[in-house]
Design a protein around this ligand. Structure first.
Ligand code: C2O
Length: 535
């Protein structure tokens, strides 16, 4: 095992963007932050020092953290925040994982600017299951606000309203030429050699917006989704929700010219606030006249659900057959959605505008993992229901009509799962306020996406794929529809499951799964690290 060391300094950095000079929080004064490189099987040791004025944590999105739950990063779930002036060292091993990951802050909305790629190569001598690309490029999609994001979050949550749309969408931090005041220097470019094949590692680090991505006149061949290989699938455009990554191969097979790579919003919810503008980077052949206009990329309409479904239908796992749980021991049925009337009890007027099974998750004041480990359960309850509570049952009203009672309950209610359980989770979008495609992310595991569809889940008619489902960590549940995911609960710890729209996460669209220890020491969570931040 090779051990790789990184030093992260979370700090305030002055940047010039969109005609403004303002301060954002970064890692090592870089935006996006530094790329962490590793190889499958490597150990990563990353010392994070918080020099910013805000609480911070870092989450390693997609890393399964086998027996290393303490280093997963979500605030108040597996650790207390690193307070200003303090540091915490994350240590974990890339067990049987390789591909495109990313890291991001996991406290307040700090991840709007605190994010970067985590690239893990296969073991030495192990090739990719596709032709070796000429070059690889990281493409991180983001949203940029010209105001202090932590303060914006506080205002939004206190007011009970929704945030203004981002000031810009960005590609590797650059807003691109479609925004007033963007200079040429603020455009990301890839220079191409004709005839070569490029691997693009796409990451959606956006806060609250799902995005389409396309390159003018070029096809994209998906070969990996959420850091797991897929069967090759060729398409004109892809969609990534926040938290999703896709590797695509692109052949530079077009005449010498400049082409645009563009991102633009996919908005499945009615009445959502968003920036209706595309953000552009250049995909240009050497020899192209730099001053020439680029050929525009064609993106789907903002509400093109069919385009999203087409890409989803094309995602098939590579060699996943033997590992898909064919039998299941437990099913969890989770409604996901927004609430009109916030919280009914026990404390009304908390900020519970979204829920799972009509329970808005309230983050505790001590991490769930720490309190679970120490055996004091005053900070959470183990009574998250396996299905929507009867009285609050949204399912009969879904997807497009609201139930009579649109209140939520609140609580730090968790679901306890025995080690080794083969779990199926049905995620059902509900329509109390609006139906919407929610990117639901599970920590600590990848899961097989064995089914999805529109309308309400019906076990009689659901057609499940147990042969070649993709193995993912974030699933865009179809708007007004459902998705079924399966995994074996063989990694003990406390694992957050939540909507990767930060707005919805703050509103309570989350819960935590507690996977208990198995019997042997290889099935048991280790002790907490000595420098674990205290609350
Ligand atoms: Cu990418 Cu819980 O997060």
């Amino acid at each position: 095992t090779t051990t790789r060391f990184y030093d992260f300094k979370i700090q305030t950095t002055r940047v010039n963007k969109l005609c403004n000079s303002n301060e954002i929080v970064t890692v090592n004064n870089m935006f996006p932050g530094p790329v962490v490189y590793a190889q499958e099987g490597d150990r990563l040791i990353i010392k994070v020092t918080n020099l910013s004025p805000y609480n911070a944590t870092i989450h390693w999105h997609g890393v399964r953290q086998i027996l290393s739950c303490w280093f997963d990063g979500p605030s108040y779930i597996t650790q207390c925040p690193i307070t200003p002036g303090q540091s915490f060292t994350y240590e974990f091993t890339m067990v049987k994982q390789r591909g495109t990951f990313f890291w991001h802050a996991h406290v307040s909305w700090l991840r709007a600017t605190v994010y970067g790629a985590l690239i893990v190569y296969p073991k030495a001598g192990v090739p990719y299951p596709f032709p070796f690309p000429y070059e690889e490029h990281i493409i991180i999609l983001g949203e940029y606000w010209s105001q202090d994001i932590v303060q914006l979050e506080r205002q939004v949550i206190a007011s009970g309203g929704v945030p203004p749309p981002a000031n810009a969408y960005t590609i590797n931090g650059h807003p691109g030429p479609n925004y007033n005041c963007s200079t040429n220097a603020d455009v990301y470019k890839i220079d191409l050699v004709p005839g070569k094949t490029y691997l693009l590692r796409l990451i959606n680090a956006g806060l609250n917006t799902e995005n389409f991505f396309a390159i003018a006149n070029h096809k994209l061949t998906i070969v990996e989704a959420d850091a797991e290989y897929t069967k090759p699938f060729t398409t004109d455009r892809v969609m990534l929700g926040p938290g999703q990554t896709l590797n695509v191969l692109v052949k530079a097979d077009q005449p010498i010219a400049r082409y645009s790579m563009a991102i633009g919003p996919y908005i499945s919810a009615r009445n959502a606030q968003f920036q209706n503008i595309t953000s552009v980077a250049y995909f240009q052949y050497s020899g192209a006249v730099p001053s020439s206009l680029s050929l525009p990329a064609r993106l789907p309409n903002i509400n093109d659900n069919l385009a999203v479904k087409t890409v989803m239908d094309g995602l098939k796992g590579l060699n996943t057959k033997d590992d898909v749980p064919k039998e299941i021991d437990a099913t969890l049925f989770l409604t996901i959605g927004l609430n009109v009337n916030k919280c009914r009890s026990p404390t009304p007027q908390q900020n519970c505008q979204a829920s799972m099974n009509n329970i808005s998750f309230i983050k505790p004041t001590v991490s769930v993992l720490e309190s679970y480990y120490k055996g004091f359960e005053d900070y959470f309850t183990p009574d998250f229901p396996a299905a929507p509570l009867r009285f609050y049952d949204f399912v009969n009203g879904a997807p497009n009509s609201a139930p009579n009672d649109t209140n939520a309950m609140n609580g730090t209610r968790t679901k306890v799962i025995e080690y080794g359980t083969r779990v199926q989770i049905i995620l059902q979008d509900t329509g109390t306020v609006t139906t919407e495609n929610h990117p639901i992310h599970l920590h600590g595991y990848s899961f097989y996406v064995v089914g999805y569809g529109s309308g309400n889940y019906n076990p009689q008619t659901a057609n499940l794929n147990l042969v070649d489902p993709p193995y993912m960590n974030t699933i865009g549940v179809p708007v007004g529809g459902w998705a079924a995911i399966r995994f074996k609960a063989d990694n003990p710890g406390v694992w957050f499951i939540h909507c990767h729209f930060d707005l919805h996460q703050s509103w309570g669209l989350a819960t935590a799964l507690i996977v208990k220890n198995g019997v042997g020491h290889l099935e048991t969570l280790p002790h907490p690290p000595a420098d674990l931040p205290r609350c």
